[in-house]
Design a protein around this ligand. Structure first.
Ligand code: NDP
Length: 234
C-alpha cells in the first residue's frame, strides 16, 4: 500500500537513504531539510526541528499541498561530543533539543490528524549508544535513550488508533556524522563490531522501509537494532 511519508533531515546521510528506500517501496515521499538544497526527485519542505513553529508550519504546508503524512521518520539529529567534565549546559541541552525534543515536536504534530485516520507509523532513529552508553557522548546517548521511552509511550497512548511507534537503533554508519573519526578510532570501532565493519545508510533504510510496510503491522514499541551485533540486542 502506498502512503505519504515524511523523513526529517533527509537532505543527506541516513535520512536521504531512507527517503530513497521509501520511494523505491512505492511511497510518496516528502523530505524535510534545514539547510542547503533539497535533494532532487522528492517533494520537500524546510523544517528546523528545534522550533515548534517551524515544525508546525512544515506540517501545515505538507497537508495543504499533498495530504496527511502517514509514515513519519524522525531522523534529524546532531552530536556535540566531549568529556563530561567539559560539557556545558548548552552542549547538553542543544543535543537534547534537536534529537529528543525535536522528535517529540514532529511526532506530536504528526499524530494529531492520524488519530482520526486510525493508521500511521512513527519511526524514530535512535542509536546503539542509547542502550550501551558512550564515553564522550553523555548528551547524545541521553537523547537517544530518551527516544525509547518516548516511542514506547506513543505506542501505548495511540496504539488503539492503529498507529505503531518504533525505534531503529543504528550502530556506526558511514555518513558525515562519523567522517570526523580518525583511522585509529575507526579501526577500534570496526574491531568491536561482530560484523567487523561500519554500516551503510542503505542497510538502515531497508529496515525503516520494512517497519513502514504493511508486513510490520503488528510491531510496535520495539527497539530494533541495526548495529552489526555491537549492542547484542540491548
Ligand atoms: P548527518 O550528520 O549526515 O545528517 C544529519 C541530518 O539531520 C542532516 O540532514 C541535518 O540537516 C539534520 N538536522 C540536524 N539538526 C537539525 C535540525 N535542528 N532541524 C532539522 N534537521 C536537522 O547524520 P546521519 O545521517 O549520520 O544521522 C541521521 C540520524 O541517525 C541522526 O539522528 C543520528 O543521530 C542517527 N545515527 C547516526 C549514526 C551514524 O553512525 N552516522 C549512528 C546511530 C544513529 P543539515 O544538513 O541542515 O545539517
Amino acid at each position: 500500500m502506498s502512503s505519504l511519508a515524511l523523513v526529517t533531515g533527509a537532505n543527506r546521510g541516513i535520512g536521504l537513504a531512507i527517503a530513497k528506500a521509501l520511494k523505491a517501496a512505492g511511497h510518496d515521499v516528502v523530505v524535510s531539510y534545514r539547510s542547503g538544497e533539497a535533494p532532487e526527485g522528492f517533494k520537500s519542505v524546510l523544517m528546523d526541528v528545534t522550533s515548534t513553529q517551524s515544525v508546525d508550519a512544515a506540517f501545515d504546508s505538507i497537508e495543504a499541498q499533498w495530504g496527511l503524512p502517514e509514515i513519519i521518520v524522525a531522523n534529524a539529529g546532531i552530536t556535540k561530543d566531549g568529556l563530561v567534565m567539559r560539557m556545558s549546559d548548552e552542549d547538553f541541552q542543544s543535543v537534547i533539543d534537536a534529537n529528543l525534543t525535536g522528535a517529540f515536536r514532529v511526532a506530536r504534530r504528526a499524530t494529531k490528524p492520524l488519530l482520526k485516520l486510525k493508521r500511521g507509523r512513527l519511526i524514530f532513529v535512535g542509536s546503539v549508544v542509547g542502550a550501551t552508553g558512550s564515553a564522550g557522548q553523555v548528551n547524545y546517548a541521553s537523547s537517544k535513550s530518551g527516544l525509547v521511552g518516548m516511542a514506547r509511550s506513543f505506542a501505548r497512548e495511540i496504539g488503539s488508533r492503529g498507529i505503531t511507534s518504533n525505534v531503529i537503533a543504528p550502530g556506526f554508519v558511514e555518513t558525515d556524522m562519523t567522517s570526523t573519526l580518525d583511522e585509529k578510532r575507526r579501526s577500534e570501532i570496526s574491531a568491536s563490531v561482530p560484523l567487523g565493519r561500519f554500516c551503510t545508510p542503505d542497510e538502515i533504510a531497508a529496515v525503516v522501509a520494512f517497519i513502514a510496510s504493511p508486513q510490520a503491522s503488528y510491531i510496535t514499541g520495539a527497539l530494533i537494532p541495526v548495529d552489526g551485533g555491537l549492542g547484542m540486542g540491548h
